[in-house]
Design a protein around this ligand. Structure first.
Ligand SMILES: C[S@@+](CC[C@H](N)C(=O)[O-])C[C@H]1O[C@@H](n2cnc3c(N)ncnc32)[C@H](O)[C@@H]1O
Length: 315
């Protein structure tokens, strides 16, 4: 099979062509076929992910070729995200274990962590930071890693996600992190943070139902967030002031639900972060603004909670 494929670069090129021809969806940490084919090839060959291009012409054995092609086939036929096939995802320059217990780390919040959250912190001192909806633990662990003097909490509702986060905590040897099971802030009564960062579920019901097959390998609890994608975000906006220090800030990702949020709360001052590629649905909110607008936010969040309780759905 495929006897013409002789070198590492042959395999990568072949994989990328097959991926494109098969109409795969990218976006789980790599955004194109060549990068995915490169990572799957290097993983199967037990080579470093940043292998120097000079090794591209190195020949592979028949057994190695079969291993790489078998991985390509699983990517194509089962539509498994590459990170779940390799068991690894890179986030904020750190290597995380990745498997279906939690979403593949891919939030643009990585860039903010690497920039020390400036200019958003504006030099404010952070002693305690919270990552709500921590999943694999990527945001909490990266914050703890780059800021060893911070005390970081990471919470999630999913025991499975937390078990992966604990493995990542050990993998990256962070010592200033506490991981807890909590339905948003419910297990955090009386706790206050200078910085709350969150990438909650924000995909609308319709979008969740229509997502490409790659996403079906991820836990739905990490994606689905009601008719407009804001079920979780509104609860977070409502309750964050109780857990922020006086001049604390909330940084929250709502992705495509950005427009719906602006329409729902046009009066709430939110600073939308500009990335090199433009806005990516991540806002920064000051505690005092959340307090000023709390009555309206509460009204919206409470109405959804009441509806969810009445229909017995998870909110
Ligand atoms: C979009 S994922 C983000 C995971 C991780 N922070 C990241 O950036 O890759 C959202 C996470 O929220 C968790 N989650 C969903 N509902 C929750 C709730 N009510 N309270 C706490 N966590 C929740 C899910 O289990 C999932 O791990």
């Amino acid at each position: 099979m495929a006897i013409e494929l002789q070198t590492i670069i042959d395999l990568i090129r072949y994989g990328a062509s097959r991926f494109n021809a098969s109409g795969l969806t990218y976006g789980h940490s790599y955004d194109n076929a060549l990068d995915e084919a490169t990572q799957l090839t290097l993983h199967a060959l037990h080579l470093p992910h940043d292998l120097s291009p000079v090794y591209g012409q190195a020949r592979i054995t028949e057994a190695e070729k079969e291993e790489v092609l078998a991985l390509f086939l699983r990517r194509i036929e089962e539509r498994i995200p590459a990170a779940y096939l390799t068991g690894e995802a890179w986030f904020a320059g750190l290597s995380f274990k990745s498997d279906p217990r939690a979403l593949v780390p891919r939030s643009p919040i990585a860039e903010l962590i690497e920039a020390g959250f400036e200019p958003w912190l504006g030099g404010r001192e952070v002693r305690r930071a919270l990552d709500l909806c921590t999943g694999s633990g990527c945001i909490a662990i990266a914050m703890a890693h780059y800021n060893p003097d911070w005390h970081v909490d990471g919470v999630d509702l999913s025991e499975e996600a937390l078990s992966l986060a604990r493995e990542n905590e050990q993998r990256l040897l962070v010592k200033n992190l506490r991981l807890l099971k909590s339905d948003l802030f419910s297990a955090l009564q009386g706790e206050h943070y200078d910085l709350i960062v969150t990438n909650p579920p924000y995909v609308t019901n319709d979008e969740t139902d229509a997502l490409p097959k790659e996403y079906s390998h991820e836990p739905e609890l990490g994606l689905r967030a009601g008719d407009d994608g804001l079920d979780l975000a509104l609860r977070i906006l409502r309750d964050a002031p109780l857990h922020l220090t006086d001049d604390g800030i909330l940084i929250c990702e709502v992705g495509e639900a950005e427009q719906a949020l602006v329409q729902l709360l046009p009066e709430l001052p939110l600073a939308w972060v500009e990335f090199k590629v433009g806005q990516m649905g991540i806002f920064v909110a000051e505690r005092h603004d959340l307090v000023t607008h709390n009555a309206r936010i509460r009204e919206l969040a409470d109405a959804r909670e009441a509806k969810a309780t009445a229909t017995g759905s998870l909110f």
